[in-house]
Design a protein. Structure first.
Lengths: 226, 226
DNA sequence: GTCTATATGAAGATAGAC
DNA sequence: GTCTATCTTCATATAGAC
């Protein structure tokens, strides 16, 4: 029902088996996709020429068409693969965690972990939805909607049980997803902060907010973490 | 020192005088810019042909070059105009409000107000930085950095005075700016929520967080605002 | 499977008449 | 100021040899 633009190899597990972590691409097909990820993220879909993708993969532009039907198919495969992965991981959290608070904590951590591990891929998902043509767009947006609905389910559940403050569920989910997604824009692996530190900072901000309320037990100076 | 790509009319106030609010564009120059805003936002900079911008403005493509040096100049003018407006409004808040809490409240409200009033313009600023060439990019990013620094100044001040929780200032500013910026992506004027409702929801989320802590004075059901 | 060669179209931009 | 006509470049994509 899907993958109408895939030509061959529909069972070759594009980055799926996950035996290795970040090593060299094995097949030419994977090399093409890796190059596409790199250049779509750097210049944008429309500004990234197929010739450059081919050169980066070590082949001629025409050879890409043996592996993929067209340029659009590259974009769709990138988005599909990683949106599915994101959804699958959240579904697992929903299965394993019963309580809204644990679910939300895990969801935030999971979201940030994936968006930092696959920075470029999720950056593309975040910025190139407009570049999808026709049914591709509907399909990817349905995957995104599914993710949003799961997050909204967590929020609704938490509000009904009195664990989260009453708020607008849709708007809260947008705010939350957005701020966690944009980590893919500014995060630099090996930079000042570790992934876990970012997760902790975001969890704190989302759950407890910025305001020192009542307790005032917050030493005002000298305890910054660097 | 700037506007090297503007051809003529450097004093014609591109949407600046603000006598009218959202009326018909007066000059051809403004009609071109309005069309560019529309199409850059809808299809992206690279995917929006100059010919279509011209048609929407009621002229031929070649005529654009009488008013603007090239396509890139359209993008730069859009981004420059509205980033300056955003910065100016925040600077005014800094001048008028002394306390960090009032400043942050006003900053959030101001950010959301501008990002909903000029949805397309700020959506372009948010998504087309990559399309800027050479020095244009440095220039616009400097404007954006200035805005971030002002927000960070508010946060630092508030943390030092014990009004805000201790947290990482940069990360907090990114999270905060990002979530407010993305309102431009999903907000629909005349939709379910008013601008003011969105401002209230975001302020609450940012300042107080999602968690019902201690007090538990939050009736769990039947009090949703629609 | 990958190549060279090329078809085909569309883009941004310019020239020069009016 | 705006037009028509056109230049030039570069894109995606295809054909067919190896």
């Amino acid at each position: 029902m899907r993958n109408s633009q895939l030509k061959r190899h529909s069972s070759e597990s594009p980055g799926g088996q996950s035996g290795s972590v970040q090593s060299e691409p094995r097949s030419v097909r994977e090399a093409i996709l890796a190059a596409a990820v790199e250049l779509f993220a750097r210049y944008g879909y429309h500004a990234a020429p197929l010739r450059d993708i081919a050169r980066m993969a070590g082949i001629q532009a025409a050879s890409i068409y043996y592996h993929y039907a067209n340029k659009q198919a590259l974009l769709v495969e990138i988005m599909e693969t990683y949106m599915r992965r994101l959804n699958a991981s959240l579904e697992q959290i929903m299965r394993e965690q019963p309580g809204p608070l644990e679910r939300l904590r895990e969801a935030i951590a999971n979201h940030i972990r994936l968006h930092t591990s696959f920075k470029n891929e999720f950056f593309i998902i975040d910025t190139e939805i407009r570049a999808l043509e026709g049914a591709n767009r509907d399909y990817i947006m349905a995957l995104r909607d599914h993710y949003e609905h799961l997050i909204q389910e967590i929020l609704r559940d938490g509000m009904e049980r009195g664990i989260f403050k009453q708020s607008d569920i849709k708007v809260t989910s947008y705010a939350l997803i957005t701020m966690c997604t944009e980590v893919a824009t500014w995060f630099r692996p090996g930079g000042r902060l570790s992934v876990q530190q970012v997760i902790d900072l975001y969890s704190q901000l989302i759950l407890q907010g910025l305001l020192c309320q009542g307790d005032s037990g917050q030493r005002p100076a000298g305890s910054e973490h660097t």
